[in-house]
Design a protein around this ligand. Structure first.
Ligand code: FAD
Length: 432
């Protein structure tokens, strides 16, 4: 049954698939242009899939793609280790062969650096756009503006990271190198392990906040301004004729027509776009988080901390602590592996031994989500070979960081406005 659109504000009607971070920011900025926008999501509300319980950090400082030089050797060394930071499940390998070869090709030093720079520019722009969004959404999403501290256990680790990050300053992202005492001065809750810390890098401009709460606030603001939401609606078929998408049909028999369509369905963008004949090189990379109440601990941390040796991060969100990390290539499987959840509890206690007395695992929320990982580590945005189909996906471990900027850029392009960054290096066509 065709679903009627809302009252036309101007001639252009847009359907956005996905009410996660990327779909919502796109919808918001499309509406700011006065366009008529409908958002479709299979979940019962906004931000219920990957944007639900992520690491919480908006960290332009971590813009480096995961496919850094040497990633293949690193992955091979970890093969078969159930608690490895990077785990490949055998059953997923046949589906990711082509993607995997591209992922490895993009780990050459030149490509890695180029992709790192693209991410850094988008991330900086995105943090500026977050300030713009906060003017409408407010800060009621456990917003923290204290920066990020990345910790290392060896002096060589600090030196290597400082060397790797040296370009960040050229791209406008400042950092400071601190020793163990400097790390404890920044986050006093680290004092019990201060002697074990070689030091770290402090990135003052990073932010943090709860992505799900942000999605709820932004969706409410969108709805107030006339964006129509269709929750509980799963897109099943993408209908195409020539170089245009005609419409999307749902499992319940609804049919959505529009002048333009945006696929912001996270890792599920790939199978949807394939129906329209587009190959989108995005694979799901499962990550885990635990969220624990910490209100009873007077000395709880207030600074987001990344522990390099444990490949995970602890982010304070109001009176809770969110611990997130690890990557598992296991297809679309969302099952929780006890060993990987256990790792996150272990990290929390290793980093903050004083918290053990206050930690009640029964109160923890354990969660897994699928990072939409592009083959080169850079998000895929903007127009495609089909004249009315646009993408906003593939932001991988950086989707919270990139959401505001990516949403604005895609919306500006659809509305025919000038985009603040040239979208050419971010389009799907770069993989041709
Ligand atoms: C453990 C973990 C930690 C992370 N930590 C951070 C971090 O600290 N900082 C950071 O920047 N990023 C982080 N990320 C990455 C970030 O969370 C993601 O990049 C981001 O949430 C992706 O948003 P999205 O809108 O693309 O996808 P999603 O949030 O998954 O949204 C896609 C939406 O599409 C809908 N959908 C899918 N298919 C269909 C269909 N057929 N019909 C209708 N609807 C459909 C889904 O219901 C979903 O709501 C982390 C991710 C994980 C897993």
């Amino acid at each position: 049954m065709p679903v009627p659109f809302l009252t036309l504000v101007n001639d252009m009607r847009i359907v956005v698939v996905g009410a996660g971070l990327l779909g919502l920011t796109t919808a918001w900025y499309l509406r700011q242009h006065g366009l008529d926008v409908a958002v479709i999501d299979r979940a019962a509300g906004p931000g219920r899939e990957t944007s639900f319980a992520n690491g919480g950090m908006l960290h332009a400082s971590q813009a480096n793609p995961w496919n850094e030089p040497g990633v293949l050797g690193h992955a091979l060394r970890m093969l078969g280790q159930e608690d490895a930071a990077l785990l490949f499940r055998l059953k997923a390998l046949p589906f990711m062969l082509g993607w995997g070869l591209r992922f490895i090709r993009h780990s050459s030093p030149e490509r890695y650096l180029r992709n790192f720079e693209k991410n850094a520019h988008l991330a900086r722009y995105s943090l500026a756009m977050m300030a713009d969004l906060r003017a409408s959404v407010g800060t009621g999403y456990d917003y923290v503006a204290r920066g990020t501290l990345k910790l290392f256990r060896t002096a060589a680790g600090v030196a290597a990271a400082a060397q790797m990050c040296r370009q960040l300053t050229d791209w406008g992202i400042a950092f400071e190198v601190v020793d163990g005492a400097g790390a404890v001065a920044l986050e006093p809750a680290l004092a019990p392990i201060g002697a074990k810390l070689a030091g770290g890098l402090y990135f003052p401009a990073d932010e943090a906040g709860d992505a799900h709460r942000f999605c709820e606030l932004l969706a409410a603001q969108c709805a107030q301004r006339g964006v129509v939401f269709h929750y509980g609606s799963t897109i099943k078929r993408v209908l195409r004729s020539g170089d245009r998408v005609l419409g999307f049909s749902t499992v319940s028999g609804d049919y959505f027509e529009a002048d333009a369509f945006v696929l912001a369905a996270g890792s599920y963008t790939t199978p949807l776009a394939a129906q329209a004949g587009l190959a989108v090189p995005v694979q799901p990379a499962k990550g885990y988080s635990i969220t624990v109440p910490a209100g009873a601990w007077a000395g709880r941390p207030t600074l987001p901390v990344i522990d390099d040796s444990l490949h995970a991060a602890v982010c304070p969100l109001g009176d809770r602590l969110r611990v997130a990390g690890t990557a598992e290539f296991a297809g679309y499987d969302l099952g929780l592996t006890p060993a990987r959840v256990g790792n996150l509890f272990r990290l929390l206690q290793q980093l903050y031994p004083d918290f053990t007395a206050h930690l009640d695992p029964a109160q923890a929320l354990s969660w897994a989500g699928l990072r939409p990982m592009s083959a080169d580590g850079v998000g895929i945005m903007g127009r495609t070979a089909l004249s009315n189909l646009y993408l906003n996906t593939g932001h991988g471990p950086l989707g919270w960081t990139m959401a505001a900027g990516a949403g604005k850029l895609v919306a500006d392009e659809i509305a025919g406005a000038e985009t603040a960054l040239d979208l050419t290096p971010y389009r799907l066509a770069r993989f041709d």
